[in-house]
Write a protein that binds this ligand. Structure first.
Ligand SMILES: NC(=O)c1ccc[n+]([C@@H]2O[C@H](COP(=O)([O-])OP(=O)(O)OC[C@H]3O[C@@H](n4cnc5c(N)ncnc54)[C@H](O)[C@@H]3O)[C@@H](O)[C@H]2O)c1
Length: 370
């Protein structure tokens, strides 16, 4: 089948893995052009991958490009995605969909009105680790899930990032930066949420940069950096999600679980929702915790699997797994947390979405497993 032609806007850090995977792992995609506001960056990627370097305007005019992959920073997601939709292109954006609920809604409505596909990272929930968890839940290995706790805690980008300023401004913060991985994984595992509530804190007025590039410089903190949220899902699961940039030490080293799910017959230990692989661990009743073999493929850094699924869905005329309503529901949940903290009330969500279809298992070559 003819490959779907992709144009990338934004040739920074994350573009490398997308370029690598779209020219290797996913053979239904062909990146033909790229653009960046900094011309040297698009030229360098174009040379390395044998594609064309264009301006964003030229890229949007290319008739052969079906999907625009928006890899610009969060504050320009809306502008670039909107322009691409207006140009009649399907859009796959890095997360978050926008930096306000209004931005997300505008994109959602535009895509719907134009009959175009709109998707937003993360696609880590399509990785082997979380697809295995989905299978275990759907097959009843933990009985009926009723509760869940998730922790995204670390010292934050001031400790390591060369240019961490944006993460501490409105539109940044741990919730919009890392929350999408956790919220999207939860929606995939439990379905849509009905209500949310949260408390937030901003313990530091300033953060000191500890990375080597601007060591010692201060950043004024203008957004909550500690968000303690609760979610009530339509399937009855009552969940907690803590996102923090203030919990000293590296993300993943806190000793707290990434995502743990309690069911009437057991507990499931879900791997880091910011990764594609395992380990997946399960305790049935009061037994020992056991590591469960990962049953699905795409356990390596498979960024782009959602884009590949979108391209296949466009061809097949079916709903993409990384869909506009999933992306908007995830954004609505996160802004629901902020609204709840400000208003001191539960927030009943206006958005909802279908639980994405699970992926088929991909067996290793020569496997005789049924
Ligand atoms: N870096 C990571 O590890 C990582 C991981 C997961 C997701 N993401 C997400 O990927 C996105 C990009 O992050 P990044 O780390 O690659 O950022 P980056 O700053 O390294 O790259 C962004 C690129 O976009 C370009 N750009 C900015 N405005 C533009 C415009 N108006 N038109 C065209 N190009 C423009 C910049 O010049 C830059 O080259 C963000 O949404 C981020 O949340 C990043």
């Amino acid at each position: 089948m003819e490959k779907t032609k992709i144009g990338i806007v934004g040739c920074g850090d994350i573009s490398e893995i997308y370029l690598k995977n779209t020219t290797g792992t996913f053979d239904n995609l062909e990146v033909v052009a790229c653009a960046d506001i900094i011309g040297e960056r698009s030229k360098a990627k174009a040379e390395a991958y044998g594609i064309e370097a264009l301006s964003t305007e030229e890229l949007l005019k290319r008739r052969d490009i079906e999907i625009v992959l928006n890899l610009t920073p969060p504050k320009t997601h809306r502008e670039i995605s909107q322009k691409a939709l207006e140009a009649g292109k399907h859009v796959y954006s890095e997360k978050p969909l926008g930096i306000s609920r209004e931005e997300g809604k505008l994109l959602f409505d535009t895509a719907k009105a134009k009959g175009l596909y709109l998707g937003c990272a993360p696609d880590t929930f399509l990785g082997g680790g979380i697809q295995t968890c989905r299978k275990l839940i759907d097959e009843g290995w933990i009985g009926k899930p009723f509760g869940s706790v998730a922790f995204m805690v670390g010292g934050g980008p001031a400790e390591f990032h060369p240019s961490p300023d944006f993460f501490y401004k409105s539109g940044g913060g741990p919730l919009l930066d890392m929350g999408p991985y956790f919220v999207t994984a939860m929606i995939n595992l439990f379905g849509p949420a009905l209500r949310v509530s949260a408390f937030t804190a901003t313990p530091y007025e300033e953060k000191t940069i500890l990375g080597p590039v601007r060591y010692g410089e201060k950043i004024k903190v203008e957004t909550p950096t500690y968000i303690n949220g609760s979610l009530e899902f339509a399937n009855g699961v009552c969940a907690s999600l803590l996102t923090s940039f203030d919990s000293h030490g590296s993300y993943g080293k806190s000793g707290l679980p990434f995502l743990q799910i309690f069911g009437t017959e057991g507990t499931l230990f879900v791997p880091d929702p910011n990764t594609f692989g395992g380990p997946v661990r399960l305790r049935r009743f009061a037994g020992e915790v056991q590591e469960i073999p990962v049953t699905h493929g795409f356990t390596e850094n498979s960024r782009g699997i959602g884009l590949s699924d979108m391209a296949a869905s466009i061809r097949a005329g079916r709903k993409a797994r990384v869909s506009a309503d999933l992306a908007y529901h995830a954004l609505d949940i996160m802004f629901g947390f902020y609204d709840s903290a400000k208003q001191g009330a539960h927030i009943t969500l206006e958005s909802s979405c279908e639980r994405p279809e699970p992926l088929a298992r991909v067996l290793p070559k020569n496997s005789t497993e049924a």
